[in-house]
Design a protein around this ligand. Structure first.
Ligand code: UDP
Ligand code: MN
Length: 326
């Protein structure tokens, strides 16, 4: 009997897999009682798969090209909709009675289990065209029948935006008008573009309501959280952060990623080189410098060659004094 309910996401490569790791961790940290499922593509590395297995209850390989079923046929006709077909695969999770799909570029900042009280297809309006729903977060009922009809719709009509959002809005075309209970509040899919289109409302509401009530942040658009780098010592995100829609939530994403996900990835990669996006080398100059003998340092100091910015910085001198005074 299909009784269980699950959050579902998708990652076809290692970048989106990192997003999925953070998303999964954020759901766990906010104590979801639901199962966590991630659909992965064949290009996701073994190391990423191993970490995903530790965070998710169910890691499913979906290879549309290998599947040999109707999805494969649909794919042959519409190769342009590759990732879209993979996303539609979530309807085949018939082991679950109800699911909430979440993009791998979303971050949960509050428990959202109440979404399972909603019906198919519930989603939040897209800020660019509010009579369309944004397909980054949606409630659905797995069903092979619906899946077949979706694929058929997809091959016949394509997608008006080239992605899954176009297909899903075409298929669930009465969303805008039929039933207001299927409209999720914007706080369940706070996508970034809204800031640019309605800045005063965003400022007002983020201070008075959304800031406190935000539940899901969606890093929609070309620049994803993993496109930045991060300095874990200064706890600062580097890059064009000013242009980021939610700088505070971007920092929250990185704090979770560097604190809880990177250690898991490092365990999997072992000695193999891997780039986490954290500037791990940022503070490495200190241990290297301490290799200099204290006699050498004394000599340099006496020659006026103090390393004011590094080991002989005021902070370090004060630390030393503190130790002596204790
Ligand atoms: N996705 C993926 N691999 C890709 C592109 C997309 O796995 O190469 C998945 C991932 O779950 C992602 C979702 O499809 O969150 C939708 O894509 P994206 O978030 O990039 O679109 P946006 O929200 O920016 O429109
Ligand atoms: Mn997205």
């Amino acid at each position: 009997m299909a009784a269980e309910q699950a959050f579902v996401t998708l990652a076809t490569n290692d970048s989106y897999a990192r997003g999925a790791m953070v998303l999964g961790k954020s759901l766990r940290n906010h104590k979801t009682s639901k199962k966590l499922v991630v659909l992965i593509g064949p290009h996701v590395s073994d190391q990423s798969r191993a970490v995903l297995h530790k965070i998710y209850d169910d890691v499913r390989l979906v290879d549309v090209l290998d599947s040999g079923d109707t999805a494969h046929l649909a794919m042959m006709k519409r190769p342009d909709l590759g990732v879209t077909f993979t996303k539609l695969h979530c309807w085949t999770l018939t082991h679950y009675s109800k699911c909430v799909f979440m993009d791998a570029d979303t971050l949960v900042v509050s428990n959202i289990d109440e979404l399972f009280d909603r019906e198919e297809l519930s989603a939040a309006p897209d800020p660019g065209w509010p009579d369309c729903f944004n397909s980054g977060v949606f409630v659905f009922i797995p069903s092979n029948e619906t899946y077949g009809r979706l694929l058929q719709f997809c091959t016949e009509h394509g997608s008006f935006d080239g992605g899954d959002q176009g297909v899903l809005n075409g298929f669930f075309s009465d969303w805008a008008t039929a039933d207001i209970t299927k409209h999720l509040p914007f706080i369940y899919n706070m996508s970034s573009i809204a800031i640019y289109t309605y800045l005063p409302a965003f400022k007002h509401l983020s201070v008075h309501r959304y800031g406190a009530n935000a539940k899901v942040v969606h890093f929609l658009g070309a620049t994803k959280p993993w496109s930045y780098t991060y300095d874990p010592r200064q706890r600062r995100v580097r890059g064009d952060v000013a242009a980021a829609a939610h700088p505070g939530f971007l920092l929250e994403w990185w704090t979770l990623y560097s604190g809880e996900v990177v250690p898991m990835l490092m365990r999997e990669y072992g000695d193999q080189p891997f780039c986490s996006g954290c500037e791990e080398d940022a503070g490495e100059s200190e241990p290297v410098q301490t290799l200099m003998s204290s006699a050498e340092r004394k000599q340099r100091w006496e020659q006026g060659q103090a390393d004011y910015m590094g080991i002989d910085s005021f902070d370090n001198i004060q630390k030393k004094l503190d130790v002596f005074l204790k």
